[in-house]
Design a protein around this ligand. Structure first.
Ligand SMILES: Nc1ncnc2c1ncn2[C@@H]1O[C@H](COP(=O)(O)OP(=O)(O)OP(=O)(O)O)[C@@H](O)[C@H]1O
Ligand code: SF4
Ligand SMILES: [Mg+2]
Length: 335
């Protein structure tokens, strides 16, 4: 990688693995659930990477491990040139300010006893990097930036609607002037019309504050106008990773194709041309994943070889990686 490419990258995650120890029954061997299993990705400054996948695929655990909110068993999280997982003391404190979270449910993530202004100011108070006298002016600016009125600063979280509460969560995340914001299902709890407003706000703020987003969603429809690239996760692994255009127009992994077929398209032609691909059944037990492809028991085009060995994530076209035995360098979808 050239020096310029390195400088363009804000986040580079390598071989991230998070496992949870499962309770032993009797004297049996200790078993682990690999919630995140050897996951690698990178995000350029000012861009958005979306991580999508169904419930339990490991999206949140990946994000929590990147932010050191759960312990990574293995891996490197290079944030702005330093391994965030190894930082300590003052260096860690400084790096923490660069990374903030926006959660799905702004209600449970906001302290109900604090007025909105205090909620937004709290990260400034705990970081203590800005003189006390300057903090109120920052809070005022953030309220305006996220589209809230100044007098709303005095209200408590329960006095806001869901969308407004998410705006408070966003203002709070921006308080420490972060570079990377991890948005974990930030609009999943909101009505469709409000979802669009919050997504537009996030896009506008991205340009205004030069933010980099790691955007998590179970819904490809939500991320289609939000991201530069997409990583699709299934049972702790990335199964497909590509730029937005390639992934939405030329999905290669059968799981991605199925997820995409469920996205209502605004384009009538595409809507008529896409058949809904249903994925039967449930993922297998994550504590005892199957030997071969983890998607084999649900895959509409599975072959005997799929249950024999696990497909590796490999690059089949420029910047387009996929883990499927039936996709080779010709990069043709098996579906
Ligand atoms: N603290 C924990 N202890 C044990 N298992 C956990 C823990 N946290 C998550 N898991 C398991 O790890 C796997 C991944 O969970 P995770 O919450 O990361 O998925 P997700 O993709 O964010 O799902 P959702 O869309 O429901 O939020 C799941 O099987 C989950 O049950
Ligand atoms: S490796 Fe086989 S089972 Fe897995 S996604 Fe590809 S075709 Fe389906
Ligand atoms: Mg989650």
């Amino acid at each position: 990688m050239s020096k310029q490419e390195q400088a363009d990258l804000l986040l580079k995650v390598d071989h991230l693995t998070v496992r949870f120890a499962m309770k032993r029954s009797g004297w049996g061997k200790k078993s682990y659930l690999y919630a995140v299993d050897d996951v690698s990705f990178e995000i350029k400054r000012g861009e958005t990477l979306a991580i999508v996948g169904e419930s339990g695929s490991g999206k949140t655990t990946t994000a929590l491990a990147v932010a050191r909110l759960v312990h990574a068993h293995e891996g490197i999280v290079d944030l702005d040139g330093k391994n965030f997982l190894e930082l300590q003391g003052e260096a860690l404190r400084k790096a923490r300010a660069k990374l903030q979270f926006i959660f799905q449910d702004p209600y449970s993530s906001l302290n109900p006893r604090l007025r909105a202004e205090a909620v937004v100011r709290e990260p400034l108070d705990s970081l203590d990097a800005v003189p006390v006298a300057e903090r109120q002016a920052i809070v005022d600016r953030l309220f305006t930036a996220v589209g809230l009125r100044p007098e709303q600063q005095r209200l408590f979280p329960h006095q806001f609607s869901g969308g407004q509460r998410q705006r408070i969560g966003i203002a709070r995340a921006l308080a420490t002037q972060p570079e990377l914001i991890i948005c974990d299902e930030p609009v999943s709890a909101l009505d469709v019309a409000v979802q669009a407003q919050i997504l537009n706000l996030l896009r506008r703020l991205q340009g205004e504050f030069n933010l980099t987003y790691l955007f998590i969603s179970h819904d490809l429809g939500v991320v289609q106008h939000m991201c530069d690239s997409v990583a699709v996760m299934y049972m702790g692994k990335i199964v497909e990773h590509a730029d937005r255009m390639s992934l939405f127009t030329k999905p290669l992994h059968p799981y991605t194709s199925a997820l995409l077929s469920a996205v209502p398209s605004v384009d009538k032609k595409r809507r008529e041309a896409t058949k809904r691909i249903l994925i039967p059944g449930d993922p297998p037990d994550p504590v005892n994943p199957p030997k071969g492809c983890r998607f084999a028991n649900r895959c509409p085009v599975a072959q005997p070889q799929c249950s024999q060995s696990e497909p590796e994530l490999s690059e089949v076209a420029a910047g387009h990686k996929v883990a499927c035995h039936l996709v080779d360098e010709k990069a043709i979808s098996p579906l």
